[in-house]
Design a protein around this ligand. Sequence first.
Ligand code: ZN
Length: 304
Amino acid sequence: MEYKEALKHFPQKISRSLTRFATETALKSSRYLFIKSAKGIQSAYCTHCAKQHFPEAKLKHKQLLPVQCPHCKSKCKVRASGLGRKYMVDRAVIVWYEKSVLDDKALVARVIEVRRDYSGDYTKVATEYSNNMHYVFQTGKSIYFNYGRQRAEVKSAFDEIATRYGAGLPRFMSISNIKRAVKGTPFQYSTWEQYTEYKNPRYVTDMVEFFDLAARYPCVEYLSKIGFKDFVWAKLYRDPTYGAIYWHGNSLMKVLRLSKVDLREIRDSKIVLTPKELRFYQYARKRDLPVTLQDAKLIGEMYD
Ligand SMILES: [Zn+2]
């Protein structure tokens, strides 16, 4: 797909909810009171509501305590207006999901860098948006454009940004944003809600690798629903799944490479196997070895 074609899936405008998310969440700490004094009277200008007030107690440049703007009630950091601020820029990265405007079954995501640059006139600062990473998810395929160039593989832009230039950049994903975007698309039931939190609690996922899996492999949904979440996690963590799963399969029997009887046994027993344990079980079943699910659970991990 050409870049121009891919872009047709995306809404042209920065929506109100995106603006709100950028201002109220991603750049919430980017609110300042710029202070100056004339004839012994200090005034403070709020960069959030663009209003001025005269503080009752004297404010100090870079004081540790934030100060509430009396007009908009924002908690603001204090900066002296007369001092140099050549490098005063606040930045954050957002992943933003929407429905495709071209195909009502498709989901699109952008990874957007938002910034507020205070190096010039602080009364004219506006939030800037740069959208350089575009994803289109459709049933059966997903596409990733990074700065207009299509990548062979769909990868997390959050991870790329973190390793390439933005290790300290805060990253934001919004669950309610995804919920709204997937509603009415095939991705609504993809079980995405189960994969928003990684083992490392500080890790923020942009969820694009999950939606890539869900787009390409319909089995993601039923694997999650019958308790084989670990397999999906293994894919997301790039851990081996030992060939235990046939990802392209269109039935659970094919996906798990098991017979109907074995499958029923797994369901009834409620035993959840790891990829390695399942591989061992499949191996044993194929050779008609007297191995039960409990056995697989006990010794599967040791099996090589
Ligand atoms: Zn204000």
